[in-house]
Design a binder for this molecule. Structure first.
Ligand code: ATP
Ligand code: MG
Length: 293
């Protein structure tokens, strides 16, 4: 209860929304009558623990709820996305690593149908940590993921790639394969510093490898409206990125950790929780912006 009181103590927030813009009523996503080709979105930030995996699972689940066919690609050897969707990383025969390293492997043989309707997963485990080094000697080493995904692009409406916290060759592969980038960013000052280097990397990939790449948005995560600190960070973000900052802001709540222990998206684990609602709103905002069909 004291939380609620604290949150409403800052007058105007509910009217304007945390980013200082008036809150938009985003339309319900249109029903899709056909599927594909997929729009590919990389969830990128080289800083660890900013909400990339949480946002991949929950944005993906919200898009799936609205009838979009979603492929989630675990592109982190830690395998947090795979675990978060209920797979045991040690029991996987075939992962994204095999797809990258052996052109005879069909990506469809590595893709898993999850328990959640409309969500498939291209899983990863620790094997992927070797790929960074092994890919260095490949021809067109930055395009390996892009060409693998091309084979299934007509099967999905959205592909979300959960990147590892680095700007190495795997992340460059994700940026090369993608149409758009979402940058999840924790609302703390130290996190702002990482963004300049990230933007520089995105610019380089646009320049040299993927001219069509767009920044779909910057997503403020783990926001705590009660702290001046978080509100100042958000204000700085809006100053730097303007309308690129999603109007939807993800608040800090322990429910996300609970959902990942249960290996479920929050949209099914706690369907009516405010955290689930936030990711549904983000899905609508993304669709309204043209970031997803
Ligand atoms: N909105 C939130 N409120 C509270 N905790 C959150 C929120 N979002 C994510 N978390 C928690 O923060 C931790 C880091 O989140 P997550 O794993 O999504 O970040 P990440 O950017 O993918 O990390 P890594 O860089 O290590 O892959 C997790 O324990 C997660 O449960
Ligand atoms: Mg992660």
């Amino acid at each position: 209860m004291s939380n609620e009181q604290g949150a409403t103590a800052f007058a105007g927030e509910d009217v304007l929304g945390p980013t200082g813009r008036p809150l938009t009523e985003f339309p319900e996503p249109p029903v899709l009558s056909s599927h594909g080709p997929a729009r590919i979105i990389a969830m990128v930030n080289q800083k660890g623990g900013v909400g990339k995996t949480t946002s991949t699972i929950n944005l993906g689940a919200a898009l799936a709820e609205s009838g979009r066919r979603v492929l989630m690609v675990d592109f982190d050897p830690q395998g947090a996305l795979s675990a978060g969707l209920g797979t045991n990383p040690h029991e996987l025969d075939m992962t994204v690593y095999n797809v990258l390293m052996d052109r005879k492997v069909d990506i469809r043989d590595a893709i898993i149908h999850t328990d959640v309707e409309n969500i498939d997963l291209l899983p990863a485990n620790i094997d992927l940590s070797a790929a960074e080094v092994q890919l260095v000697n490949e021809v067109a080493r930055e395009q390996v993921l892009a060409s693998a995904l091309r084979k299934v692009e007509d099967d999905y409406d959205v592909v979300l790639i959960d990147c590892q916290p680095s700007l190495g060759l795997l992340t460059v592969n994700a940026l090369t394969a993608a149409h758009g980038v979402i940058i999840p960013l924790i609302c703390e000052f130290f996190a702002l510093r990482a963004v300049a280097l990230l933007v520089e990397t995105i610019d380089k990939v646009q320049d040299r490898l993927n001219p069509g790449l767009q920044v779909d948005g910057v997503l403020a995560t783990m926001y705590d409206a009660r702290t001046l600190h978080a509100r100042e960070v958000l204000a700085r973000l809006v100053e730097a990125f303007g309308d690129k900052v999603f109007e939807t802001v993800i608040k800090r709540t322990i429910k996300f950790a609970d959902a990942s222990v249960a290996a479920e998206p929050i949209t099914s684990y706690a369907a009516n929780h405010q955290g689930a609602e936030s990711y549904r709103r983000l899905a609508k905002e993304l669709i309204a912006r043209g970031g997803s069909p």
